[in-house]
Design a protein around this ligand. Sequence first.
Ligand code: ADP
Length: 567
Amino acid sequence: MQKRVQIQSRKAQTVYLPLAASSITIHSRITSQSQSQNNIVKVCVTDHQKQETKCKKKYYHKLIVVLKKYQPREIQKQIVPQWNHQQQLLINNFNLFGNLLIDHTFILLTFHIHVHQYYILELLQQKRTQQFLVEEIKKPLFYKLQGQVPFKCVLNAFEAAGFERTDDDNWLLYWGLASKETLNEMKKYQKTNHFPGCWSVGRKDNLWIHLSKVKRRFPTEYSFIPNTYLLQYDFERFERIRECAPKKTLWIKKPVASARGNGIKLISKKSKLTADKRYLVMDYISNPHLINNFKYDLRVYVLITSTDPLRVYMYKDGLVRFATQEYSLKSSDIKKRFIHLTNFSVNKQSPNFIANNQDIGKQLKTSKWSHKEYKQQLMNQGINHKLLFKSIQDVVLKTCIAADPLLLENRITLEHKNNYFELFGFDILIDEKLKPWLLEVNVSPSLNSSSELDAQIKSQLISDMLHLIGLEYHTKKAFRIQIKKKLYERNINDIQSINSRNFKQKVNQEDLDVMIQSLEEQLRLGQFKCLYPNKKNIFEYEQYFEYPRFHNKLIQKYFEDGSNWVI
Ligand code: ADP
């Protein structure tokens, strides 16, 4: 029998709620008296039309309790249990699937419409002495909004998750840019969707300032951002470069802090330019990869849930945005925005713009595609899209590593480091050699559902994101326990001597919680792919961090040790 370990911060009930209107996603633990050892019961819907949920007979009653509790209000369907000849429970007409993990004392239940696989974490194979029944959660869960009401897919996701809007301080989730005062007063269980330092990469000038620093150390590895000149500082240097450049060279001039293609124009050797501090100039990638002769760029959604350890996820789908006039480098065409800019907000004004309303047969003529449609097209052209997306992931992760020390600004307090998450929109241009270029990183990427395609991708994206970040339901009592907890500094060099036999003595409760949190997120990925920490690349990317982080190192050690620290 393994030793009982009390995980203090887990004394609270933990309910992770997400959910697209059509699905239910719950991640909760409930007390189980089961004596079985780490049994996994697969619960899956085999066919969307004829939905079946399967599980072994002996866990039937527990499953039913949870399912009854969590049937979404809109889908009040009768659960009709039947037993088939393999002693598996079939629940017809139930609009969800997931997996059920049962060990000595608790059930970990994850339902999600897109979860196909489930992993048992060695670290989770532990006995938790304090468990709560999910049924005990009676109070509503609240979100608070700052500024404008967000787009419909965000509101729908909140609603489907059973969240209600509040104007008080009793929120679990704050959506929008919160004031310093609000951030300072955040309680441990509250989360907000912007890091205080999000503009360190979210503004074009800052992105260049920070990435170019790393580029000096790693010129080849960080060559994915086009050379940029901040006119306030680099005007004269740029003019000298411009003078010596080949005749037909082009650059692109952009406002340092604007969006939607506003104020952007192409410039040539002859264009007039002044040292206007509101602008920057960037090398123009004049050889973009074209599809049907049109230029396009990719919107890639990237979620960061923590900075120490750094946790980065990239969404498996996204958007491809096309220009609406055929590509041309003729000097008479350089002012034509429908040729050179791929922004939706620019091209929707073009008479050639075609919205993607998922009309089969017309999809490939539309001005916006999903990544799925794009990959299919690349495959048809004999292009290895897996390789391309691998290099996109590399660009994303290297950018996030450069941003990592900046995101918390001066708020590197243990108290608040778990309060933030951020969904960034990366704009990536692919050149004809299939090299991805990072054009910019957007804070608050548009979640507007202007077409069926947008609505479909973004609703699932928000739902998956809310699920992944793991909002916790805390009782006041549990919170008091948490703030009393003492935190102390540890020496990063000690990590080297930690292994599966001694980690219980060497790793404190706070560190263990951080690790569990990181590994648990991987149970709630939905359509996100974990870029970091990832067993496969954690060693390779270590070199790019400005300085080593304690929890990155600890997780690295855990992987190095074969991921077998069992409590
Ligand atoms: P905004 O924030 O205004 O959308 P972007 O930096 O995303 O500004 O640029 C807008 C569009 O201009 C991009 O979608 C892309 O089509 C084009 N673009 C921007 N930078 C470059 C570049 N360096 N090379 C080629 N095209 C670019």
